[in-house]
Design a protein around this ligand. Sequence first.
Ligand code: C2E
Ligand code: MG
Ligand code: MG
Length: 469
Amino acid sequence: MTAKKTVIRDETGKPQYLLTVVDDVTERRLAEQRIAHMAHYDNLTDLPNRAAFNECLAATLDRVARSGEQFGILSIDLDRFKEANDAYGHAVGDALLREVARRLQAAAAGAFLGRIGGDEFTLIVTDGAQPAAAAALAERLLAAFVDDFEVEGHRLKLGLSIGGAIYPTDGTDAKTLIINADIALYRAKAESRESVLFFEPQMSARLHERRTLEEDLRSAMGRDELFLHYQPQKKMSGETIGFEALVRWQCQKRGMVSPGVFIPIAEESNLIVRIGERVLREACREAASWPQPLTIAVNISPIQFRQDDLPRLVLSVLLETGLAPARLELEITESVLIDDFSRAISILTRLKSLGVRIALDDFGTGYSSLSYLHSFSFDKIKIDRIFIGDLEHSRQSMAIVRAVMGLGHSLGVPILAEGVETDAQYASLVQEGCDEVQGYLTGRPLPIADYAKLVGREAITQQNYAAAG
Ligand code: C2E
Ligand code: MG
Ligand code: MG
């Protein structure tokens, strides 16, 4: 500690005050240390931050370039963290991240572990032979997340996705190693969450393919290569209730591309918001022109749900096209509810207050939590076609179909079976008390012109004919 004294005099020059300035060097040193610490450590978890990770990686690369050793890096991303953070607030999110960091740290057993972003962590594994050592560590990390997390009275389940890259096979510089670990992580997340994948060269080829597909899809929007097919939905008696609109992409370069291929890419790139709006407008415009007041079902992606103004969009499309709200049925999947439950329920409630119907699509493939059925009154449940396709050969599928029928009946919700292809399937469904069907047996997805008669158009044309004749 140093002290400096200064005399302060009045106008006559007489000493008036003695000013003592004490400079506490230890405090300053501590502050400097704290600042240095903050520059390298993450405030929340006290793990090394991105800057520290970059330095450690550079130093490791420097060392192995001379020693010829191998090492691995692991990129980690938390599954379901965002949902928990959104649902329970930031205080819970922060506490959760601290506990995550603690578990990772314990499992890392001395390997460098840094937090490089919101819910992103990275490890540098230098001990042991690679890739075995990095793979073993990754397994330990996954195991550390098997037990639920308990924070502030909430019981939460989190998962990890891990992507790995090994020096020197997957890259010899920091940038390449990080990119390749991230590509592997991206694949791990896309294929199945809660898994670990190590980089393989064909992964970049696939990523490249996705990127070009995305570019082509963007230009497809400008070139009007997207259009709709319509598939009838019928009562078991054979009466047509309505149609589902299914988007099609006739690509100049690729030919016909299946929605199973391009919808996920449109979702990743947010293009689905524009595509979805177009599909909704076109489907409503089309249905409004039918002589028969049939329903029109439109698929709504979970990404469209994250946009705040979905109910407003629906309302404006209804006003614009003049379609009666009760004729519009929006098909959503359970993932909408999993993403952010309370928000989804509030949007669904607003949509329903417009008078439109809400169907639960692909039921049986997701979590199929009964609590979802309880918390919102759906107007229809669509059993996924994988169970229907299996109906004759799998007792399990039969049991699921039977259970869903029972559920629907006790809740008073009609059940539609998707993907009905054979008379035998149809007969079983009749026996199980199914309400409605949609499938190749009762009508394939086709241009609406092919269903002119069902929508009541051909009759009118004939009348006109008669009138003209
Ligand atoms: P989905 O909503 O469950 O649509 C039903 C899918 O089953 C359609 O495939 C349809 O062609 C197919 N299908 C109908 N009957 C049969 C059958 O008897 N046998 C078999 N094997 N398949 C049948 P599609 O048109 O390829 O669409 C696949 C998925 O793509 C849809 O599943 C939906 O999730 C998504 N999708 C399609 N159009 C749109 C759209 O406009 N917006 C959004 N967000 N998603 C869409
Ligand atoms: Mg659908
Ligand atoms: Mg479906």
